[in-house]
Design a binder for this molecule. Structure first.
Ligand SMILES: Cc1cc2nc3c(=O)[nH]c(=O)nc-3n(C[C@H](O)[C@H](O)[C@H](O)COP(=O)(O)OP(=O)(O)OC[C@H]3O[C@@H](n4cnc5c(N)ncnc54)[C@H](O)[C@@H]3O)c2cc1C
Ligand code: SF4
Ligand code: SF4
Length: 425
């Protein structure tokens, strides 16, 4: 595909139209000598062109970028007896669980299941390493890609990173090791890796497990700075930020040099969904529930968020959705080995009680994509996510409301980002 825009302009259109989540995959595809995914003046991680780009490379980026393409589970991973829920997608088992080791349950974001599964995968030698995200060593609110080879590496990366993170920036180096590994990330990152699997056969051969957290969206750099200012902290003085974990949700801990202050999850995110400061891409996300993963892990707060009273001594309980046979088998084996404690099985309707915001978005998103089309914007290509079917269940007025809401956002500039300029330029 080519048009009147230059290759660089076409790449930047993804960013400018608010579709980039900063996953890092375009850097891996193009090579760091051509483009770098880095912090830009907007505060986000975004691609910045550094060398010659041609249309062929940009065509490839459009095929793999999770801003432009998001698909459900590959058909080859759907079994005849896999169950399907219109909202929650393919599932084989949904179970409440936590890490068998109390220290991991405590340290983890919710009940530590992703950390426990990563450890089990390494200990059982099913994988050689885990590609996931730990706290950035340079930007206190960001996450950064890391390879974990043992329990202590995995432990260091426990906890949700709500700021920008680019887990796929070095995916080619991970694949070049030619050893089996697991990938733990957000649903859009897994969508990106599944897209990339169509370009690089090593993905399906080497990435043995893809695990995600159910994701309502990540925190905008602006929203995080606003939080710091609300609590009387100068963003420029922050040296470390731990969003949650050490209980459920555990404290939001902000360090400024030698001083540390702790806040509640609600102080960061606000009281409910209406107060979340999210990037535009997250508002039109067709898959926050990790449909392309082997396992998706979530919180189990009724209504979608914690309250200040119950969260004081909540030890943390995840819900685990096994979508593939490999995911289902992994949960059973990890439980058998004591790495996971399984409480009881649940069904998709219970997930909807825990995650009303995911249900709302899944129904609303198709009309939002129509709003993008109305404005001549790039519409992410979707497949296997049932979003049009779900929208048809809604009254026309609801779809019109969502569609017009997106048009309005575009009109007033809330769906537009500036052309990326590296902040270190
Ligand atoms: C941006 C974001 C939005 C979320 N929204 C929801 C939601 O709407 N509903 C819900 O139920 N749960 C949500 N969560 C998930 C929840 O916070 C927990 O991560 C999840 O329940 C897993 O808990 P755990 O105790 O097993 O995690 P842990 O055992 O602490 O493991 C977390 C794992 O996730 C990896 N990780 C952390 N942050 C990132 C990141 N930014 N990108 C890639 N990998 C990362 C870590 O490397 C680690 O391996 C969100 C998490 C994130 C990061
Ligand atoms: S979402 Fe990922 S692949 Fe797409 S432009 Fe952003 S960093 Fe690049
Ligand atoms: S809401 Fe969707 S686009 Fe946003 S971070 Fe989560 S999975 Fe990615």
């Amino acid at each position: 595909m080519s048009n009147s825009k230059s290759p660089g302009e076409r790449l930047y259109a993804i960013v400018e139209q608010g579709l980039c989540i900063g996953c890092g995959l375009c850097q891996a595809v193009a090579g760091v000598e051509r483009l770098r995914v880095t912090k830009t003046l907007s505060g986000y991680l975004q691609p910045v062109v550094e060398g010659e780009l041609d249309d062929e490379i940009v065509d490839c980026i459009y095929r793999v970028c999770p801003g432009t393409r998001i698909e459900g589970l590959p058909r080859s991973l759907l079994e005849a007896d896999t169950r399907h829920d219109n909202v929650w997608g393919p599932w084989r088992r949904i179970v409440r669980a936590w890490a068998g080791d109390p220290e991991i349950r405590f340290e983890g974001s919710t009940g530590g299941v992703l950390t426990a599964l990563a450890n089990y995968l390494l200990a059982s030698k099913r994988v050689d390493f885990v590609l996931h995200v730990k706290a950035s060593t340079t930007e206190p609110s960001f996450g950064e890609a890391t390879l974990s080879f043992d329990e202590s590496d995995v432990f260091e990366a426990a906890g949700s990173r709500y700021g920008p993170a680019a887990p796929l920036v070095d995916i080619k180096a991970a694949l070049a090791r030619n050893r089996p590994f697991a990938f733990i990330a957000k649903p859009c990152d897994v969508a990106a890796l599944r897209n990339y699997a169509r370009q690089d056969e090593r993905v399906d051969r080497l990435v043995r497990y893809m695990l995600v957290m159910v994701c309502g969206g990540y925190g905008t750099p602006q929203g995080t700075n606003d939080f710091f200012r609300r609590v009387g902290i100068d963003p420029a003085q922050v040296t470390a930020l731990r969003y949650r974990g050490r209980g459920c949700p555990g404290p939001t801990r902000v360090e400024t040099g030698d001083e540390a202050r702790e806040f509640h999850y609600i102080d960061y995110w606000g009281e409910d969904e209406t107060t979340w400061a999210l990037p535009f891409r997250c508002k039109i996300c067709p898959d926050g529930i990790g449909e392309a993963a082997d396992i998706a892990a979530s919180d189990t707060w009724i209504g979608g968020g914690p309250n200040r009273v119950d969260s004081v001594d909540d030890p943390g309980t995840n819900a685990l959705i096994a979508r593939t046979r490999a995911g289902e088998e992994l949960i059973a084996a990890a439980a058998e080995a004591g790495a996971l404690t399984l409480e009881y099985d649940i069904v998709p309707d219970i997930m909807s009680v825990y995650q009303p915001h995911q249900v709302n978005k899944k129904y609303a998103v198709w009309a939002r994509h129509q709003g993008l089309a109305d404005a001549g914007r790039i519409v992410p290509r979707t497949e296997g996510l049932r979003i049009e079917q779900l929208a048809r269940d809604l009254p026309d007025e609801s779809n019109d409301f969502q569609r017009q809401g997106t048009q309005k956002r575009i009109e007033i500039g809330k769906a537009t980002e500036p052309t990326p300029v590296a902040s270190d330029n």
